[in-house]
Design a protein around this ligand. Structure first.
Ligand code: 13P
Ligand code: SF4
Length: 338
């Protein structure tokens, strides 16, 4: 076991670099615990850089389902760690701070979903992965931002669909599939809903040559498609993408500048993927306070003390697993960085 480092509250960012005492202890403790560290693309750069895998919800779920390590440390928000537990029930799943929630997941609970289902008997429930385990247990098939369109397409055309909880992702899936028998829950993520059409129009006017990468949870996603279809920005330069879809698009782009509409933690992977391109946020204030609750100090504490343990009651996990396994079987594998 390595010597413990003392990380006081005055620690500086450089104290968490890849060659720091912090990084050395994290790596050693992960080895001692037989733990794999997974980090979402919105985590702070230091955590993305030390993680064994960095990716989007779908990619990280797939890693969680197949990984050999006996412990998974999930650096992301609580529903993501719960999804890992559902998929790998016999493993220990830890999150460095169990209070890291999600405003979107909070917009629907299992009782509300049961009530909605009772109003639409026979409908197929599609839930975004940003939901609690109890909601997933009431769901037929989960989806993520990278496979929502394929998941909706997989459902027979004559079946009514209840899509929850994100209204903007629902509108995107509806637009792409042309589905008319789809009811959409009016939930939203406060971070992405805050990236609105007015912000986007102002940025596009200031940067007419730039490409646009837009997460489908954004309030501006509909405006972006409107701007593209009305010729204000060329359709081929407007891309609605999951977070890992953005990394792949960043590697391939020929643009000099890309405007990015999502949580600003994303910029770290994009800049690493293509250092020649300028990536600019559409809204600099788009910061998820829940994602940022996972700090380098908390990751170290988690490894030292085996906290916070993520648990899902077995009956809920067993029901939820069916909808999550259907989700990971659909769509092209989204990349994770090792
Ligand atoms: P991705 O699945 O695209 O990583 O998005 C997850 C999320 O929480 C977006 O806010
Ligand atoms: Fe939830 Fe929004 Fe944060 Fe994503 S960015 S984790 S949807 S609150």
């Amino acid at each position: 076991m390595s010597a413990s480092v003392n990380l006081g509250s005055n620690a500086r960012t450089s104290d968490y670099g890849p060659n720091s005492a912090w990084a050395e202890e994290v790596r050693q403790l992960a080895k001692d615990r037989d733990a794999v560290i997974l980090a979402h693309n919105y985590q702070v750069p230091e955590i993305q850089d030390i993680a064994h895998h960095v990716g989007d919800s779908l990619g990280l779920s797939r890693v969680a389902a197949t990984v050999d390590a006996s412990t998974i440390i999930f650096c992301g928000v609580h529903f993501m760690a719960e999804t890992a537990k559902i998929l790998s029930y016999d493993k220990t799943v830890l999150i460095p701070d169990a209070n890291a929630g999600c405003s979107l997941a909070d917009t629907i609970n299992a009782d509300q979903l049961r009530q909605w289902k009772a109003e639409h008997p026979g409908a197929i429930v599609v839930s975004y992965v940003n939901t609690t385990a109890a909601v997933k247990a009431e769901t037929d098939i989960c989806c993520t931002s990278s496979n929502a369109v394929e998941v909706v397409q997989s459902i027979p055309a004559d079946k009514e669909i209840l899509f929850c909880p994100d209204q903007f992702l629902g509108a995107h899936a509806q637009r792409e599939t042309g589905r008319t028998n789809m009811h959409i829950w009016m939930g939203e993520c406060h971070v992405h809903a805050g990236i609105n059409g007015a912000d986007l129009k102002a940025m596009v006017a200031a940067e007419p040559e730039a490409e646009l990468f837009i997460h489908p949870e954004c309030g501006c996603a509909t405006s972006a498609m409107y701007l593209a279809s009305s010729g204000v920005v060329p359709m081929e330069r407007t891309k609605i993408l999951s977070t890992s879809g953005m990394v792949t698009a960043a590697e391939q782009t020929k643009a000099k500048k890309v405007l990015v509409a999502t949580e600003t933690g994303m910029l770290h992977q994009l800049r690493k993927a293509n250092p020649l391109v300028i990536f600019e946020p559409v809204n600099r204030a788009a910061v998820c306070k829940y994602m940022k609750m996972i700090t380098p100090e908390k990751l170290l504490n988690s490894l030292r003390n085996g906290t916070d343990v993520v648990d899902v009651p077995r009956d809920i996990a067993d029901k939820a697993r069916l909808s999550v396994e259907r989700m990971i079987a659909i769509g092209t594998p989204s990349r994770t960085k090792e």
